[in-house]
Design a protein around this ligand. Structure first.
Ligand SMILES: [Zn+2]
Length: 120
């Protein structure tokens, strides 16, 4: 958080989003979904306040979280789709934990192979 040390409040729970490790905005940024120039304009949110994404993070260091909206609940997805999403979001989450503790510049956060084209 180089030039935005003031941080932002979560637009769902209203509490301060302490760092990029818990930020859903940065999670989507790492995934290549949010372009860097959009970061200051997009609403900030906690990962755990966004069950529609958080449900896909499957890792011993992340307390599993269910999404209760039937339209978004991963348990209603075909297994193949669900697994692909879990792989992707878990990777992005791990990447976020790693870059947050590194000296990488923010524009180096996104997963390289996702940014350089292969959108499949
Ligand atoms: Zn929140």
């Amino acid at each position: 958080m180089a030039n935005c040390d003031e941080g932002y409040n979560c637009d769902r729970c209203g509490k301060y989003v302490d760092n990029v490790k818990v930020s859903e905005l940065y999670l989507r940024y790492v995934l290549g979904v949010v372009p860097a120039e959009e970061l200051p304009r997009e609403p900030e949110r906690h990962i755990r306040c966004t069950p529609e994404f958080a449900q896909y993070i499957v890792h011993p260091n992340f307390d599993p979280l269910a999404c209760d909206d039937p339209a978004l609940d991963k348990r209603n997805l075909p297994e193949q789709v669900r697994r692909r999403q879990e792989k992707l979001f878990t990777r992005a989450w791990l990447r976020l934990q790693a870059v947050a503790n590194s000296n990488l510049a923010v524009d180096e956060y996104p997963l390289p192979d996702l940014v350089n084209g292969s959108s499949a």
